[in-house]
Design a protein around this ligand. Structure first.
Ligand SMILES: Nc1ncnc2c1ncn2[C@@H]1O[C@H](COP(=O)(O)OP(=O)(O)O)[C@@H](O)[C@H]1O
Ligand SMILES: [Mg+2]
Length: 238
């Protein structure tokens, strides 16, 4: 479980989040919504330990991540995969090399075992015969799939998707949403999705958290979210 306690984040005198509290429960999908610039990506980077809050704590599996030393923080980070908005594949490496990278860095697996794992994960995300392709040869949707295969290769406990469907055409976006649901059903994984794409939210449902003006203004089920009569939520859902 990830517990966010009394968390405040600022950059200089710009306050981004102020005294927020919420829990991310295991084996379910939490969708973090909010308008652009409300601090969703910043919050996720903070959960990964990449940004320090000015106040409060983030507790991952009973450990306050900002009290850990570098080595311990790295161990905790291995449990958390992050799918960045731009896919973040390494352009000079082919698909196989990109997906294999975490295994080469963090495990002692043989080349044969790595090839098997990589092929398996690529098939899981719906890709075949792409091992030797370079990122520049892939469409946006394919890049997302490759990045997803790489994100899950170390079998993370948590996966954070930052705007997984933004910038994709509606059909591909829908396939990525389906894929997120498939992974959720197939693995014991806890998914956190940052998005402002209502199509993606409708497809995935899940537990919704909404950030607005530095605060969490909604924390509840999808059904309660779409029926909430407050202006900021109605305006978002329409
Ligand atoms: N490293 C940083 N330094 C200073 N300001 C930042 C930094 N990262 C994000 N911000 C600011 O924090 C605010 C929230 O950004 P972000 O979390 O990216 O929004 P979003 O909800 O769209 O993901 C924005 O005003 C952004 O300019
Ligand atoms: Mg963002």
């Amino acid at each position: 479980m990830i517990e966010i306690k009394n968390l405040s984040i600022s950059f200089g005198d710009q306050e981004i989040l102020k005294n927020i509290d919420f829990d991310i429960l295991e084996n379910q999908i939490t969708i973090l919504v909010g308008q652009s610039g409300t601090g969703k990506s910043v919050l996720m980077k903070c959960i990964e330990g990449l940004i320090e809050p000015i106040e409060g704590s983030i507790i991952v599996d009973n450990e306050d991540i900002f009290t850990l030393n570098k080595l311990e923080l790295n161990e905790t980070r291995k449990k958390m995969a992050m799918l960045f908005q731009g896919s973040a594949l390494l352009d000079s490496l082919n698909v196989y090399q990109n997906v294999a990278l975490p295994l080469i860095e963090h495990t002692e697996l043989s080349e044969t075992e790595i090839l098997k794992e990589v092929t398996e994960k690529l098939e899981l995300v719906g890709l075949k015969n792409v091992l030797t392709k370079m990122p520049s040869e892939l469409s946006g949707g394919m890049k997302k799939r490759v990045a997803l295969a790489r994100a899950i290769i170390l079998k993370p406990k948590y996966i954070i998707y930052d705007e997984p469907t933004t910038g994709l055409d509606p059909i591909i976006a829908n396939e990525i949403s389906k894929l997120i649901l498939k992974l959720q059903n197939q693995y014991d994984i806890t998914s956190i999705i940052i998005t402002h794409d209502m199509d993606c939210i409708r497809k995935i449902k899940g537990h919704i958290m909404m950030i607005h003006e530095k605060k969490i203004v909604f924390d509840g089920t999808y059904d309660n979210f779409i029926n909430d009569k407050r202006k900021i939520i109605e305006g978002f859902v329409k």
